[in-house]
Design a protein around this ligand. Sequence first.
Ligand code: B1M
Length: 215
Amino acid sequence: MADKQSILNELENSVKTLDQAAAVEGAKKAIAAGVSPVEAIDALSRGIREVGEKFAKKEMFVVELIYAASIMEEAIKLLEPELKKSREKRHSTANFVLGTVAGDIHDIGKNLVKIMLEAGGFEVHDIGKDAQTETFISKSKEVGAGIAGASSLMTTTVDVQKEIVDALRSAGVKAPLMVGGAAVSEEWAKEIGAHYCADAGTAAELAKHLIGKGA
Ligand code: B1M
């Protein structure tokens, strides 16, 4: 059986080289070898970030970016049940309204955050990508959200997170807003009165802390 490092390398390279068969094979090998699904997804993420860098330098085209994302999604589909195995059978911790901000269609990271929040016992109401600010507000009111979360990957859409915080407060919704995504920083979150979350792995823990139910 292949060792862990070579499986992780295979996963990372499969995205970089746009090799869907290798990504699927790598994910299957990771599961068979008991490699942590979080580490496997981290490896895929390293691959796609490199594709993003090449795209920024015009060494790759948008069509290749799209294909790389679809390869990553295929591999995540296989790994998702492994991630979910840790899901605890208990009543939900709180309603969590989650979406990617208006104008932004990136949702791979958001979907991973959703999996981890559900595994942590949250009832996640996923309003999707390119979600209008008004939808964050109306869904939060509808489900009595204990917390909301907005993902943004682009510098051109990050301001929408501030719009969401302001709209939540104007509407009298007290739920804290968690923000994350490649375009977001701790400083930005503080500036707009939101809470920064760097990765899916820490999302549930932070959310529990924010609603005052955990460490
Ligand atoms: Co686009 N894209 N893209 N893209 N893309 C970026 C973001 C970019 C940085 C690439 C680059 O140029 N280097 C750049 C943005 C530049 C900027 O900031 N202005 C960019 C661009 C320009 C674009 C387009 C405009 C390209 C075009 O059409 N000309 C277009 C956008 C259209 C639009 O949104 N209106 C576009 C499109 C796409 C694809 C559709 C091809 C595809 C997305 C597919 C999909 O999501 N279904 C795509 C991809 C794949 C990327 C990169 C390469 C990778 C993103 C990704 O999935 N990463 C990205 C480069 C980069 O991020 N460095 C790039 C893996 C994922 C697991 O990580 O999403 O960061 P991430 O999520 C992490 C954490 O950030 C965190 O947890 C996750 C897991 O640990 N997290 C949260 C995320 N959200 C969170 C929310 C939380 C908490 C944690 O709480 C609520």
